[in-house]
Structures are given as structure tokens and as C-alpha cells.
Design a protein around this ligand. Structure first.
Ligand code: 13P
Length: 254
């Protein structure tokens, strides 16, 4: 179902105690100030997850996500964490295909297709990230890049499975740079993605998919971005590390 979601991606930030303090602040502010039907998702480092799940039970609007999961069900993959493990502690979401994982850990569309299958099989909702680099945009290949990320990463799913995922459009040039895509640029891509989904599946499936914008999103620019017809919320990096800013972004949907 199409939802309004603001997801925080904490990346590799906050030690355990800092993370718990930050999350407590988020929950307190959400419980006091969020009046709409929007959903907050906090994607923390793995070691925080179980404690955050427990704490999230004090709010019906806050859910927890991991930032990665392995493609295999289990096995000899030293240091890795499976979707089943993540699901077993009550986590609901998992970010897959973040550009930092594509860039620094060599994650390909082919690998991400497997990760998506395994996440869905283990009842996790993938927040599947796509987006072009600055070079690709300047070469005017951004639509092609995004289309191939969709086709190779998630279009193998049947309509029922596809309807369960969340898409996040994160132009790589806007991540952590302070440069935000304009609301028009973001809407243009979101509209394109929804059209591709409609062509592959049906208009009804396309209409139901929640699509987030990510890349230097903050309380100032969120209202204009979220007002666009095909933008259903945000995936927030830096600003999610400040409870006040994160909840102010969430409040755009009040
Ligand atoms: P920033 O909001 O820090 O640009 O990060 C965006 C992001 O990568 C969220 O996944």
C-alpha cells in the first residue's frame, strides 16, 4: 500500500549508547508531535537494532530497518548477517542497494536482485535504492541507468512481491553533498520510475508503490519535495542524526 514514509539512514554513525539516546529522542518527539498517518523508519547499525525494536514498541508510528542483509539464507559467510536473523528480532525494513554499498562494496544489480528475494522471503520490506552518478547525469544517461537498476534489480519479481517493496531514488551527486535535487528534478525521475513500473506491471501496482527521495533532504527542502505527486517521503542521511530535524521532516506529512 502506498504510504508516507520518512526513513532515517544512520549509516555507520553513533555508538550503541549514542544510538539509544538519539532513538529515545526521536520516539519522544514522534509521540508528542506526529498527528498524521505517516510512518517513521529508523535504519540503524546492526548492533543497535534489537534495543531499538524494543523501544519502538512505545510508538505505533516508528519502525526499524537494517542497512544491509546477505543474499544467502545462512552459511559460511564470516562476518555477514542474514535476513532471517534480522527478521527474527522484529525488524521490518532493510535498505538494499544503497549507492555506498554499490560503490564501496561492489554490489551489482544482479547481487541486489538476490538480496531482494531473500529479504522478501524473510518478511523484510526492502527499501531498494537506485540513482545515477553526476557523470551519468551529465552524459544524459540517467534515465537508462535508473531503468537498468530497476530491470536488473527488481523487475524479476512478480506483481505481488513487487508491491511489497519501497523504492528510494537517491541521486549519488546529492548524497552527503548538501546539493539537493530540485523538486522538479526529483519529481521527473519519480514519475519516470512510476511509468516504468506501470509498463512492466499495471497502473494499479505503480500507484501503490511508495517512492522516497534521498540526497541532502532536510527540514527546509522537504516540504517542496514531498508536495510533488510522485514523491511519498524521504530517505534521510545526515539530518536523521538529529532527532529534531528528522521529526521536523516527518512533520511535513502532519
Ligand atoms: P544525506 O541525507 O546525508 O545526503 O544522505 C542521503 C542518503 O544516503 C540516505 O540513504
Amino acid at each position: 500500500m502506498r504510504k508516507k514514509i520518512v526513513a532515517g539512514n544512520w549509516k555507520m554513525n553513533t555508538d550503541y549508547n549514542e544510538g539509544l539516546t538519539l532513538f529515545s529522542e526521536v520516539v519522544t518527539l514522534v509521540n508528542a508531535e506526529i498527528t498524521g498517518s505517516q510512518t517513521a523508519v529508523v535504519c540503524s547499525p546492526f548492533i543497535h537494532l534489537q534495543s531499538l525494536v524494543e523501544k519502538s514498541k512505545t510508538s505505533d508510528k516508528v519502525f526499524i530497518g537494517a542497512q544491509n542483509a546477505h543474499q544467502a539464507e545462512s552459511g559460511a559467510y564470516t562476518g555477514e548477517i542474514s535476513a532471517k536473523m534480522i527478521n527474527s528480532i522484529g525488524v521490518d525494513y532493510v535498505i538494499l542497494g544503497h549507492s555506498e554499498r554499490r560503490q564501496y562494496f561492489g554490489e551489482t544489480n544482479e547481487l541486489l536482485a538476490k538480496k531482494t528475494d531473500t529479504a522478501l522471503k524473510n518478511s523484510l520490506t526492502p527499501i531498494f535504492c537506485i540513482g545515477e552518478t553526476l557523470q551519468e547525469r551529465e552524459a544524459n544517461t540517467h534515465f537508462d541507468v535508473i531503468k537498468s537498476q530497476l530491470v536488473e534489480g527488481v523487475f524479476h519479481l512478480d506483481a505481488e512481491a513487487f508491491a511489497k517493496i519501497v523504492i528510494a531514488y537517491e541521486p549519488v551527486w546529492a548524497i552527503g553533498t548538501g546539493v539537493t535535487a530540485s523538486a522538479e528534478q526529483a519529481q521527473e525521475i519519480h514519475e519516470f520510475i512510476r511509468k516504468e513500473i506501470s509498463a512492466k506491471y499495471t497502473q494499479a501496482v505503480a500507484d501503490e508503490i511508495t517512492m522516497l527521495y534521498g540526497g541532502s533532504c532536510n527540514p527546509k527542502n522537504a516540504p517542496e519535495l514531498f508536495a510533488k505527486a510522485d514523491i511519498d517521503g524521504g530517505l534521510i542521511g545526515g539530518a536523521s542524526l538529529k532527532a529534531r530535524d528528522f521529526v521536523d521532516i516527518l512533520k511535513v506529512f502532519n
